[in-house]
Design a protein around this ligand. Structure first.
Ligand code: NAD
Length: 490
């Protein structure tokens, strides 16, 4: 059993109450790590440490260029420790080692990109229409940022928040998911090693309703960056509303992967697999609705089911495996319950639809389920598992109507050789991210996020750093005018 401590004000610490909780390995179902169960008192200590660090000269007076250098050093340390971080994450959340290694190989880019932006956040001098006034704007950091992280990609979802927040000069308290905290604690040690002053980055581990709720409702937290489910987000919205804290929400999706008759068949089949079976469907951008045009439908379904039959379910630490387990026993139960309901409502299982035989752990087979009716629960609601709901359409108008027929708007995939059609769909589909003839591509430079039930705010790209700032407007009176009539607006 691995024993972990959390990081508050530069010191490794247990929960003040001494309480702990266990993290289980989804591949075996066995407990493997023991973690501090932070409560409101621990969270308060972490937030106060972050607030003090924000105001202390060691951070507040650090130049933006120096912050960039620290971030670059952190990126180098992540690169140097990538193998260990990837393995920790795979053990904790059951994600394929192939995928966690791939994510870790790219992760330093988020730090390098934010590092480059740190000293390029410029305000402007305004050509003001008042005589003898010099007016300029300055992007200023907001203060303490709370980052709330889910279990599916802990390090990636931490990096995409932490790097821009630090580049802008903020301090943070990170709360990982209770199901996958270990890799973020190891990462916290690298933050320390990189040389960030104590208190600039704090990590508290604990349960959502305890540490999570205490953190998002803490009055000293000025900005919350949340990734997780819509139900939890509603609590977070209420908590931040009380304190007027700024908020970004990266929630789930029910993303449409749309295959037209003229699509490259092999590419579209690979795109469908990448969309829903990669990460066992536990991806916010999962292409969980497969919309396929009538003319290619039979060939596509035959090719996809043949491809599904070749997917190797297995130990996520084995590089030969294509699909690992669900990250939690509860997630497996959700998948099974939603599948049973879909079948009861008349959907037809074309592949999978059950746990694989002879395996411990929380595995579920890659599943394809044909749905005639777009109002079925399985078509409307996020499963967060390897289940693709298949729908047939006749023409572009119907494809668009189906694609836009949910309350989510996170991502969409379009498979066609017709460039004009690709652009039309990209323009008209309701989604924050649109991929044409590709899927699940990410970059530090490209914003990610959605609207509707998928949340608001964007992570990644230049704007993401500005989102961790407040624009300050400064007026300087250049004249000797002693203000004249004080009862008049100037
Ligand atoms: P979750 O909402 O259950 O938990 C997310 C985080 O919120 C965890 O750290 C949890 O401890 C914390 N939390 C729980 N209750 C809280 C409360 N009352 N106050 C504050 N924090 C609280 O989500 P999950 O099950 O960990 O992750 C799955 C969900 O996340 C899915 O819906 C998925 O689509 C979404 N997700 C979205 C993205 C994206 O970028 N859009 C990425 C990954 C996951």
């Amino acid at each position: 059993m691995t024993e972990c401590q959390m990081l508050i004000d530069g010191a490794w610490t247990a929960a003040a109450s001494g309480r702990t909780f266990l993290s289980r390995n989804p591949t075996t179902g066995e407990d493997w790590a023991i973690l501090p169960d932070a409560d409101a008192a621990d969270v308060d200590r972490a937030v106060r440490a972050a607030d003090a660090a924000f105001h202390a000269a060691a951070w507040h007076r650090t130049t933006a260029t120096a912050r960039g250098k620290l971030l670059r050093r952190l990126g180098d340390l992540v690169a140097a420790n990538a193998a260990e971080l990837a393995e920790l994450e795979t053990r904790d959340n059951g994600k394929l080692i192939r995928e966690t290694r791939g994510q870790l190989a790219y992760l330093p880019e988020f730090f390098y990109y934010a590092a480059g932006l740190a000293d390029k956040l410029e305000g402007s001098t305004l050509p003001i229409d008042k005589p003898d006034m010099l007016v300029f704007t300055v992007p200023a950091p907001v203060g303490v940022v709370a980052a709330i992280i889910p279990w599916n990609s802990p390090l990636y979802l931490t990096a995409i928040k932490l790097a821009p927040a630090l580049a802008a000069g903020n301090t943070l308290v990170v709360k990982p998911s209770e199901h996958a905290s270990a890799s973020i604690l190891r990462f916290a040690a690298l933050v320390k090693e990189a040389g960030f002053p104590d208190g600039v980055v704090n990590v508290v581990t604990g349960l959502g309703g305890g540490a999570g709720a205490a953190l998002t409702s803490h009055p000293l937290v000025r900005r919350v960056a949340f990734t997780g489910g819509p139900q939890t987000a509603r609590h977070v919205i209420r908590a931040t509303a009380e304190n007027f804290a700024k908020l970004s929400l990266e929630l789930g999706g029910k993303s449409a992967n749309i295959v037209f008759d003229d699509a490259d068949l092999e590419g579209a089949v690979n795109g469908a697999v990448a969309g829903i079976y990669a990460a066992s469907g536990q991806s916010c951008v999962a292409g969980s609705r497969l919309l396929v045009q009538a003319g290619i439908y039979d060939r596509f379904v035959a090719a996809l089911t043949a491809r599904i039959a070749r997917i190797r379910i297995g130990d996520p630490l084995d590089t030969a495996s294509d699909m690992g387990p669900m990250a939690t026993a509860q997630q497996l139960e959700i998948v099974e319950t939603m599948m049973a309901r879909a079948v009861e409502q008349g959907a037809v299982v074309l592949a999978g639809g059950r746990r694989p035989e002879g395996r411990d752990g929380w595995f579920y087979e890659p599943t394809l389920i044909a749905c005639d009716d777009a109002t079925l629960d399985i078509v409307q609601n996020e499963v967060f598992g390897p289940v693709a709901a298949l729908l047939r359409f006749d023409d572009e108008a119907e494809a668009l109507e189906l694609a836009n027929g949910t309350s989510y708007a996170l991502a969409a995939g379009i498979w066609t050789k017709d460039i004009a059609r690709g652009h039309r769909l990209a323009r008209d589909v309701h989604a924050g991210i649109v991929w044409v003839n590709t899927y699940r591509a990410i970059s530090a430079m490209a914003p990610i996020g959605g609207y509707g039930v998928s949340g608001y705010g964007r992570e990644g790209g230049i704007q993401s750093v500005l989102d961790y700032t407040e624009l300050k407007t400064v007026w300087i009176n250049l004249s000797e005018d002693p203000m004249g009539d004080p009862f008049m607006m100037r």
